[in-house]
Design a protein around this ligand. Structure first.
Ligand code: ZN
Length: 388
């Protein structure tokens, strides 16, 4: 058994549901914190659990380069390696290859690229990207796609979309033939830890036949017609979930919204829909209301490291001198541990002094704010249904 999806309530286009993976339940709509290198920067796994994180994301490109898929596989996959027994999703590596490599070369077979770490040459194909993601052992993995640059000519977008469709078929074929190779429960450490933790969430990864789920990715640039075609043909190939990729690549926000809306129309209502790489708190709430079930973004943790904090009264730049004597909580309406305990003056001091704790506390608050935003959308979707 792999991932199942249940819709519990609908309000307008928005849905409240449950994604049940082999490593537990994920309440949707969900915001997934990004743990690029098997770490959500500055936030330990036990704190992520306390924050209520049910699923997090790892980046295949980065993990492939360091520490390498084989190391992670031997440790029981990402769950064992990073000691995280809840759900994980990995991207295919496609987006990073395209965004971090000026020297990439794309052919029908795959992509040649240089490591941003040491300049060494590497080659990704749909097959090797699947093998890598099976070795990393996330619950949900993504088909290998080409993220089309923006802006691009229509003919270029069409060719890129066609390539992504052929790669989607190759991804699926390889995955179906190799999905039994997922390394769950292989390491002694994983077994011991699971017993010690007495599993708060149901762990079905040890049941016979438990496998990963492979999601397809819709491309098609900023062209509504090509998006429609990409969506319909990706659905025809058939996946248990669908992502909208190739957005947040420099296009205006209004265009992102239009493309998301017109793509959602062509995705099956009973399957999870994942919008990759967005957005601000206001945007993720808006996309959830439009019917997106899953989102990820580096913004809350990246902004936190630059002293930008999201609050119920808007964005705060904690480095500003005006907070030097401010005894108030960062966000008086926030229930997170940071806001319960520390003043703006203290957080400003930590940031100005370049204390490590500044990044830790800022990241924790911003993640809480994002997760809480999704929990509110979810609750209001259920309430609106209940009050009908
Ligand atoms: Zn807070």
């Amino acid at each position: 058994m792999s991932t199942q999806f249940q819709i519990e309530a609908k309000s307008g286009s928005g849905r409240a549901g449950k994604l049940i993976t082999p490593h537990g339940e994920v309440e949707t709509p969900v915001f997934m914190p990004v743990g690029t290198l098997a770490s959500v920067k500055g936030v330990p796994q036990d704190v992520l659990e306390e924050l209520g994180v049910q699923i997090l994301l790892g980046n295949t490109y980065h993990l492939y380069l360091r520490p390498g898929v084989e190391t992670v596989r031997r440790m029981g996959g990402l769950h064992g390696f990073m000691s995280w027994e809840r759900s994980i999703l990995t991207d295919s590596g496609g987006f990073q290859v395209f965004s971090l490599n000026d020297l990439r070369k794309v052919t029908e077979e795959g992509v040649t690229f240089r490591s941003h770490l040491d300049g060494s040459l590497h080659f990704f194909t749909p097959e090797s990207a699947m093998a890598g993601q099976i070795g990393l052992g996330a619950d949900i993995i993504m088909a290998f796609d080409e993220c089309t640059e923006y802006p691009a000519e229509r003919e270029r977008v069409r060719e890129s979309m066609e390539l992504t469709l052929r790669w989607a078929e190759r991804s699926k074929r390889y995955f179906e033939e190799h999905k039994e190779e997922v390394p769950w429960g292989d390491s002694q450490r994983s077994r011991a830890r699971r017993q010690a933790a007495k599993q708060v969430t149901a762990d079905r990864s040890q049941e016979s036949g438990a496998t990963q789920a492979l999601f397809g990715i819709v491309q098609g640039g900023m062209d509504r017609e090509l998006r429609r075609e990409s969506a319909l043909r990706t659905v025809e190939i058939g996946f248990p979930g669908y992502a909208i990729g190739g957005l947040s690549v420099g296009e205006p926000r209004e265009m992102t919204r239009e493309i998301v809306e017109s793509t959602l129309e062509y995705l099956p209502a009973d399957k999870p829909r994942y919008l990759m790489g967005v957005g601000t708190p206001e945007e993720i709430a808006q996309y959830a209301a439009m019917g997106v079930d899953m989102m990820d973004c580096v913004l809350p943790t990246r902004a936190a490291r630059h002293g930008l904090l999201f609050t119920s009264e808007g964005k705060i730049s904690i480095k500003q001198a005006r907070y030097a004597q401010d005894e108030n909580a960062l966000d008086p309406r926030c229930g997170c541990r940071v806001c319960q305990r520390y003043s703006r003056a203290y957080l400003r001091h930590l940031y100005a002094s370049n204390e490590m704790l500044a990044q830790v506390l800022n990241s924790e608050h911003n993640l809480h704010f994002y997760l809480e935003t999704m929990r509110r959308v979810r609750a209001s979707t259920q309430d609106r249904v209940a009050s009908k």
